[in-house]
Design a protein around this ligand. Structure first.
Ligand SMILES: Nc1ncnc2c1ncn2[C@@H]1O[C@H](COP(=O)(O)OP(=O)(O)OP(=O)(O)O)[C@@H](O)[C@H]1O
Length: 803
């Protein structure tokens, strides 16, 4: 073992030396996997390598079922080699003497308690202390800039933070030493203190740029944890949506060791001369999720910021990402020194998705299957990972995120094994920023085993929610890279994970056009249901035994400390909650439950979601083989079949033209869209949904189901927003209950979180009121205005509105 470690360190160092001579290399771990493409054992170290065990043996067994002996021999041989390979990953302790003892303490003791480096860390960290040397005539020819590609969830944050922190400390020491020598005051403690103080307040150590506020917050938190044992260091989080004044004040007053920022807020603050002055002396620049930051949407900001920094070479620059499209590689030199080192921790020709993630895609037979399938997928995970289920559901637009979150929140009690215990979280760009932080912190800390985060792409990149068991993508992502990043929210830090992509019929071609390099087999709705019903039957046959077995494998629940950048409220750790029994009868009737529920949804919300989807898919035509006409028809079918609208929302041809989605109108289209009575028995005078008699008492179950037969009579939650008996907008909303509901909403999403189902943040003006009293004329005008506003500045390639 010791010799293996020494060998690894030697290999890595020699590779670094090699790279100083101008060569790009593939990491040792990566090349190992490249050579064999085989699996790794069960320890976290092994799992960090991201491969499964004994693929060769398995394939041998498959191809020749008789020759099992040969297969077993091959498996054993592979296993021995793999053990050896895995042991090549060095332990953090091997950094002793190369990094500051207090940084090492944070890594190997509290708060991280890490033992073995991940492949990306094994590549970068042994470059220390050389990598952190201050810029000088002696070091200026060193290759100090890095461009690193490593799989999602493999610890890139630590891989760039440790060198950044080391570099800052070395810089401070070098500056103080030089200033004292220049002044002829070597040994003058007081002067040394003054020089040090002045330097740390006036020069930025490391500037880390992130594409999203969530990721920036997370990086800032990691930086704080890593510097915990040092004398207090200045870690600043500069992101939009939070008070600018406070950020500015803290920045101007404090040490400026590490700044983690989103580009918009940083540029804004750089308009302050003192901030600009400090930033212009930045020692290290880090672009996390570099491919996004160098993409069109962020490019102007990045260019403007880097113009103010010390020139390339003089400043040190790191770029990290899991995905590196060719176009981005070619512009890397605009940020990095021309002689940067490119480290690729992903084996050549191997998929960038971790091999510990099982991927599936489901093409729905019809749009009507969308919501039931999402719910059944969640139910499936809650049984497969009983007591540990933690799901992230990605939607393509903010409107869809809000709509789906509302639906899942409302339907959870009737359809999921976790029933009323379900924890439904919602994050998107229309939420207030502190709500986003708080929701994120609570979901991260959630240990109930029945939590679901429904989110837009604000959570797609970099965000680390430990223990996510499944990612569900509703609709196609913008690219294969985005697919990888979304999938990467599961299977992190050596854990296994599962990813499902749920596609409407018109989206089916995405799998061929964009996911060819991955293995994403099809899972039909029937197969999913068969698996699910089998699990349900197993659970119902002996719930206690099923549950006991499941939770026996889980680690004990720990109360997480409240980190500084996580928002106001400390997340409370709660253990898993046993599912209700029996589950089968609820899970089997999900399609009927959804159908009944949809008759109560606000059609204005459907309209808005339809419009935003139209805009989204207008930018996705190249990812789908079908015509724009098929996309438009597919979305109309989503509104009518998927959301039980009587007619598809009307979109004028001029509007379609405006958003770059012009299709030839077919004769009769307008008439069909506008006809208010188009085959809908519900549509008795009001456009869209709801009852025309002005009475809409009770919730949907009271009207469409014999609720007591299903639930044993207990009426549903007394406090979940939109979930009370007045949720669906009707006569049961007495003035008093309306007032109290409004008051709860005014408290904001977090304060209103009182029950077991998290409420939406209605402070953001949610259109998803689930009321039935749609005011036809007024609603239409408002809707047009909103749509106009919605499209302002959209439809441009690389638009970053969802962030
Ligand atoms: N050496 C290690 N051993 C075990 N866990 C680790 C190690 N290094 C980092 N981790 C943990 O792995 C998780 C993922 O780390 P991190 O968020 O840095 O991954 P990443 O590669 O940046 O992912 P992404 O590509 O999604 O941004 C974190 O919870 C982190 O604490």
């Amino acid at each position: 073992m010791a010799s293996a470690l020494a060998r690894t360190t030697r290999t890595t160092l020699s590779r670094y030396t090699h790279s100083l001579l101008g060569r790009t290399y593939t990491s040792p771990a990566a090349s190992l996997l490249l050579r064999r493409n085989v699996a790794i054992g069960p320890t976290p170290t092994h799992q960090f390598l991201g491969l499964r065990r004994a693929s060769t043996a398995a394939s041998l067994k498959q191809s020749d079922p008789v020759d099992h002996a040969a297969a077993d021999e091959a498996a054993l041989e592979e296993e021995i080699e793999e053990q050896d390979d895995a042991e090549r990953l060095p332990e953090f302790q091997s950094l002793e003497g190369s990094i500051h003892p207090l940084t090492l303490k944070a890594l190997v003791q509290k708060p991280f308690s890490l033992k073995t480096m991940s492949p990306v860390q094994a590549e970068v960290l042994p470059m220390l202390p050389l990598l952190a040397e201050p810029y000088s005539n002696a070091t200026k020819d060193n290759k100090r800039d890095l461009f690193v590609k490593a799989r999602t969830g493999t610890g890139k944050t630590i891989a760039f933070l440790v060198p950044a922190i080391e570099a800052r400390m070395k810089d401070i020491d070098a500056h103080v030493k030089k200033a004292l020598a220049d002044a002829g005051k070597v040994g003058d403690a007081r002067m040394e203190q003054d020089i040090r103080r002045n330097f740390v307040h006036s020069n930025v150590g490391t500037l880390i740029l992130s594409p999203t506020r969530e990721l920036a917050t997370q990086i800032a938190r990691e930086a704080q944890k890593l510097t915990e044992h040092h004398e207090p260091m200045g870690v600043h989080l500069l992101v939009g949506g939070m008070p600018r004044g406070a950020q500015l004040r803290n920045l101007l007053r404090g040490r400026k060791d590490i700044i983690v920022a989103t580009t918009g807020r940083l540029r804004d603050l750089m308009s302050e001369p003192d901030v600009l002055e400090a930033v212009s002396k930045t020692r290290t620049l880090v672009l996390d999720e570099a491919d996004t930051l160098l993409d069109m949407g962020f490019r102007p900001d990045i260019d403007a910021i880097s113009r103010e920094l010390p020139p390339k070479g003089e400043r040190q620059s790191f770029m990290f990402s899991a995905t590196v499209p060719a176009a981005i590689k070619s512009v890397a030199h605009e940020i990095l020194h021309p002689k940067f080192v490119y480290i690729d921790c992903v084996p050549k020709d191997a998929p960038v998705v971790n091999n510990d993630i099982t991927m599936r895609h489901t093409v729905l037979p019809s749009a009507a299957d969308q919501i039931p399938t999402i719910l059944q997928m969640i139910a499936h995970d809650q049984l497969v990972n009983a007591g540990a289920s933690k799901i992230v559901v990605f939607c393509n637009t903010t409107s869809m995120t809000r709509l789906l979150a509302t639906m899942v929140r409302e339907l959870a009690a009737d359809t999921l094994p976790s029933a009323r215990g379900s924890r439904i979280y919602e994050i998107h760009s229309k939420k207030a920023q502190d709500t986003r932080f708080n929701t994120s912190a609570r979901f991260r800390a959630d240990t109930t085993g029945c939590s679901v985060l429904i989110t837009s792409d604000v959570s797609a990149r970099g965000v680390d929610y430990p223990g996510v068991t499944r990612v569900i993508q509703v609709g196609i992502p913008t690219s294969s890279s985005q697919y990888v990043h979304r999938v990467g929210r599961t299977g992190r830090a050596g854990k296994t994970g599962r990813s499902d992509l749920i596609l409407l019929p018109f989206e089916a071609s995405f799998v061929q056009t964009s996911l060819g390099e991955f293995s994403v087999p099809h899972l039909s709705v029937e197969e999913l249901q068969a698996q699910l019903f089998e699990l349900c039957a197993e659970y119902d046959s002996n719930p206690t035994a099923f549950w006991k077995d499941a939770i026996a494998k889980l680690p004990p629940v720990k109360q997480a400390p409240l980190p500084r950048f996580s928002g106001r409220r400390a997340p409370v750790a709660e253990g898993p909650r046993m599912h209700r029994a029996p589950v089968t009868e609820h899970v089997k009737v999900v399609p009927d439950t959804v159908k009944a529920f949809l008759t109560h949804i606000d059609s204005q919300a459907i309209d808005e979601t339809f419009m935003s989807s139209l805009g989204y898919y207008a930018g996705q035509v190249q990812n789908l083989r079908g015509s724009k006409r098929e996309i438009l028809d597919g979305l109309k079918s989503w509104a009518v079949d998927g959301c039980a609208q009587p007619v598809p929302p009307h979109v004028s041809v001029s509007f379609l033209n405006k958003v770059g989605f012009s299709v030839n109108e077919r004769p009769g289209d307008r008439g069909r869209e506008r006809k208010p009575h188009w085959g809908s028995p519900r549509n008795q005078g009001t456009y869209g949904m709801g009852r025309s008699d002005g009475h809409s008492g009770g919730n949907y179950r009271n009207r469409d189901f014999d609720e007591s037969a299903m639930w044993g009579g207990r009426s549903r939650d007394q406090g979940s927003y939109g979930g009370s008996s007045s949720s669906y907008g009707g006569s049961s909303s007495s003035p008093r209950s309306r007032d109290s509901r409004a008051a709860r909403r005014d408290e904001g999403g977090d304060a209103a979180f009182g029950g077991q189902v998290e409420r939406s943040d209605s402070g953001s003006g949610s259109p998803f009121r689930l009321t039935t009293d749609r005011r036809v004329g007024q609603g239409r005008d408002e809707y047009k205005d909103r749509a106009k506003h919605h499209w302002k500045g959209r439809g441009k390639k690389g638009s970053k509105t969802s962030y």
